[in-house]
Write a protein that binds this ligand. Structure first.
Ligand SMILES: NC(=O)C1=CN([C@@H]2O[C@H](COP(=O)(O)OP(=O)(O)OC[C@H]3O[C@@H](n4cnc5c(N)ncnc54)[C@H](OP(=O)(O)O)[C@@H]3O)[C@@H](O)[C@H]2O)C=CC1
Ligand SMILES: Cc1cn([C@H]2C[C@H](O)[C@@H](COP(=O)(O)OP(=O)(O)O[C@H]3O[C@@H](C)C(=O)[C@@H](O)[C@H]3O)O2)c(=O)[nH]c1=O
Length: 297
């Protein structure tokens, strides 16, 4: 199985590269400057030059707050760019896997969101990702859109790395306690994506394998609970730790509004693809251990 991954330095892209061999897959990472999602005209030509069996778009404009002041760029990359990737995959008769987000929902529900719930993004990032979902679905029926949440890994920018950095600078950190979701390991996402890719290739005409799926870690937490667990694990491993001061969203103002309830119901992908990601607690320890022992990039 040869997988063309859009995204070179991103968390999910790098995790896909690391997990590929375990799934008998070969991954080619494609990113800037060769392929720029903000300039969709060249995407088809770039993909046509590299052989593959399936395309995974793991690249996106992910700066949630900054997106509020750069809506055109976020929508170009996450909306139009994602659609162009799917169009190029369709032209080559390849399935496409698009990674999307919990931030397409407004978080007002009091239960986990299902795939049939109507998205209503609160901010520019979520809106741009929803545009991407719609563009992918319009470009090809041969797609799987995987909505996940709160990704962390030893790479790039994520909440675990932010907390460990802040704990080296201060004794106490204020963290919102009224936004709840599922912290999800990029490596667990990579395992799920690779399984989905294999299923799409093995059963090219099966409609139940295609469409939108929710795919997060099992379990849930508030950002404050997540931070506390990060510091508990870090302390066990001799790493930095800090006191967590739980605060409300109104006490921690940010340019972009975020959903209070980010929980996603993952029953559909379990039934269709046989994918169930581990509980978030289980995958946190190996990530922190790696962060504390390996040189960082
Ligand atoms: N991070 C999270 O918590 C969540 C993310 N998601 C989604 O999962 C996917 C993967 O996210 P994650 O791995 O965290 O992403 P990262 O933020 O770690 O990396 C994003 C990647 O996208 C690339 N990129 C950004 N703009 C462009 C562009 N114009 N052209 C080509 N590549 C570009 C970046 O490239 P470069 O290195 O050149 O900057 C980078 O490699 C995304 O679709 C994201 O929306 C979903 C839920 C949660
Ligand atoms: C750094 C920090 C954040 N927070 C809050 C702000 C926010 O409500 C929450 C998370 O903040 P961050 O900016 O780290 O995370 P954020 O960029 O909102 O994370 C999101 O990224 C995009 C790409 C997604 O798709 C989402 O699933 C989600 O993972 O924690 C604190 O309360 N204290 C802090 O010290």
């Amino acid at each position: 199985m040869r997988i063309l991954v859009i995204g070179k330095e991103g968390q999910v892209a790098r995790a896909l590269a690391e997990r590929a061999a375990a799934h008998g897959a070969v991954v080619t990472l494609i990113g800037r400057p060769l392929l720029d999602l903000a300039d969709p005209s060249g995407i088809g030509d770039v993909l046509a030059e590299i052989s593959g069996d399936v395309v995974v778009n793991a690249a996106a404009y992910t700066a949630v707050d900054q997106a509020e002041t750069e809506p055109e760029l976020a929508e170009a990359i996450n909306g139009i760019g994602a659609g162009a990737v799917a169009g190029a995959a369709a032209a080559m008769n390849l399935p496409v896997v698009q990674i999307s987000t919990d931030y397409v929902f407004d978080g007002a529900a009091s239960r986990p969101y299902g795939e049939g719930d109507v998205p209503a993004p609160l901010g520019v990032y979520g809106k741009s990702k929803l545009l991407g979902e719609q563009a992918v679905a319009a470009a090809t029926a041969n797609h799987a859109i995987l909505r996940t949440s709160w990704i962390y890994s030893p790479f790039g920018r994520n909440f675990v790395r932010t907390m460990l950095r802040l704990a080296r600078e201060r004794d106490e950190i204020s963290v919102v306690a009224d936004q709840v979701g599922a912290p999800t390991s990029a490596h667990d996402i990579a395992d799920g994506v690779l399984t989905v890719c294999r299923n799409l290739l093995a059963r090219p005409h099966e409609r139940s394998l295609r469409g939108i799926f929710h795919m997060t870690a099992a379990g849930s937490a508030s950002w404050a609970e997540f931070a506390s667990e990060i510091f508990a694990r870090s302390a066990q491993l001799g790493g930095p730790t800090a006191r967590v001061l739980p605060v409300s969203t109104s006490d921690y103002p940010t340019p972009a509004r975020r959903p209070a309830n980010s929980r996603l119901d993952c029953a559909k992908i379990a039934a269709a693809h046989g994918v169930t990601l581990p509980d978030w607690h289980a995958s946190l320890q190996p990530c922190i251990s790696r962060l504390l022992t390996e040189p960082q990039s």
